[in-house]
Write a protein that binds this ligand. Structure first.
Ligand SMILES: *Cc1c(COP(=O)(O)O)cnc(C)c1O
Length: 303
């Protein structure tokens, strides 16, 4: 009962500002660009993770789960957000982390442990089994009654929370966002206004499977031609960023007056600007860029 009240309080409103951006590139190509600052949604449950977790957590509460368990890398925004949410709701959390126990001292995992998250480090080979039924069964035995959440929080229950974002947006031609596990894109697609198209910038080497992942989360995506993935702006792969790209992102961040990190928001914004310069967006387009948050992970970046 108390937990449900805490849940209601945590998700009581989702007002993040929408801000117009100015840049010579935008002027030259007559593109109007706004940014939806979901990075400002909540101080510790950042951006799209706040939206994705909303109904997942309500489900876990209604099942009276003993705790919450999920998966992520050592700088995972998802595990960071889950730990903070568990702390707020008074639910134990477990993070299955890819990598060495030395990572436990980094800022992301230090925060998570400070919020009471119990960490279990696994090697890459084990981590690859995170979707396998036998591995999940093993975890269920080890953490009885825990509610298991997939990596990045991407599951069907993540979609309705993300879909609510549309209620906060004005009409636009395109919504632009970074894409990793596809849950945010799938959620947005599930409530896409007829005249708004979606462009997702893959921040990892996505190829065909990324579109399939989106379709697995939201089957009608397959026959919806109002969205596309830009697959050539991953910059070498997940969390990889060349020195040149890194300084281009810093320059963009300064010019726009918006904080960007190189893993998600910076990579997607850089891809968007390169595409605008290449004429991929017609003149007089009205675009909204979704800042998905995740600035906490930049504390760990060696620059
Ligand atoms: C997790 C995350 C994403 C990717 O969202 P998906 O739903 O996995 O595609 C994008 N941006 C930030 C900041 C994130 O933390």
């Amino acid at each position: 009962m108390i937990q449900l009240q805490r849940w209601q309080h945590l998700f009581r409103h989702s007002l993040s500002p929408l801000i117009p951006l100015e840049h010579t590139t935008l002027q030259q190509h007559r593109v109007a660009l706004y940014i939806k600052r979901d990075d400002l949604l909540h101080p510790s449950i950042s951006g799209n993770k706040w939206r994705k977790l909303k109904y997942v957590l309500r489900q876990a509460l209604s099942e009276q789960a003993a705790g919450l368990l999920s998966f992520g890398g050592a700088w995972s925004n998802h595990l960071h957000a889950l730990a903070a949410a568990g702390h707020t709701l008074g639910m134990p959390t477990v993070g299955i982390v890819r990598g060495e126990p030395e990572y436990a001292a980094n800022p992301t995992l230090s925060d998570a442990q400070g919020w009471g998250m119990q960490l279990a480090f696994v090697d890459r080979q084990t981590y690859r089994r995170r979707h396998h039924a036998d591995f999940l069964a093993e975890l269920r035995r080890r953490y009885p009654g825990f509610y298991l959440i997939p990596e990045g929080g991407s599951c069907e229950l993540a979609l309705p929370g993300v879909a609510e974002l549309w209620q906060e947006l004005p009409a636009c031609d395109q919504l632009i966002l970074p894409v990793a596990s596809g849950g945010t894109l799938a959620g947005l697609l599930s409530a896409r206004p007829e005249h708004t198209h979606l462009t997702g910038y893959a921040v990892l080497k996505g190829k065909d499977w990324l579109a399939r992942t989106v379709q697995q989360l939201y089957a009608p995506a397959e026959s919806d031609n109002g969205w596309r993935l830009r697959l050539n702006h991953h910059g070498g792969g997940y969390a990889k960023c060349s020195v040149e790209d890194r300084s281009a992102i810093t320059a963009l961040s300064t010019a726009l007056g918006i904080p960007l990190e190189p893993i998600y928001s910076g990579k997607a914004m850089l891809g968007l600007f390169r595409d605008i310069e290449a004429g991929c967006y017609p003149p007089d387009s009205r675009l909204i860029f979704l800042h998905t948050g995740g600035l906490q992970s930049a504390r760990s970046q060696v620059s």
